[in-house]
Design a protein around this ligand. Sequence first.
Ligand code: IMP
Ligand code: MG
Length: 180
Amino acid sequence: MQRPYVIDEMISAKSIAARIESLSREIRDEFSGTNKLVVVGLLRGSFVFIADLVRELDLPVEVDFLEASSYGDGMESSREVRILKDLRGAIEDRDVLVVEDIVDTGFTLHHVTGLLASRNPARMKTIALLDKPSRREVDIQADWIGFSIQDEFVVGYGIDYAQRNRNLAYIGKVRFTGET
Ligand code: IMP
Ligand code: MG
């Protein structure tokens, strides 16, 4: 049984869109001249972000996905990262942008960038929509961050709580109500 909760809006759909516009300008400048940028989305939380981001990116892009799992269905990272689905394409000598929804403890991004770096991409950069610096356990930072947030459990814009609420257009924080 799911504990009852409500969702308080934290970042509006409008602010997300505005932030993505400016981030995509920075990314375009960084990768200008690339003949192909492979945008790697980490499933499933980044699917909305990556969809909006690539449509703002004025570059020749390919989209690929990788699924790593560190969370079960709950709110705590297991700290053990498993690759559940690997990329379809090769990234050797390619420019790569890894797109993550949230950097929390940092275990996922650390593991994934280590794996992809071993395949010798020409250049690899990372972007995370959200960053929770106070939760970090591994020393890693994304090259671009949408919003830095407090230690709150958030949902929406692709991000879930036990697979729910991914379809919200905004990002909200989970607040439990009633008896525990
Ligand atoms: P990390 O390995 O601890 O950095 O965890 C990263 C992953 O945990 C993210 O890709 C999210 O899928 C998940 N995660 C971290 N914080 C939250 C949250 O507040 N809401 C939902 N998922 C989260
Ligand atoms: Mg994730």
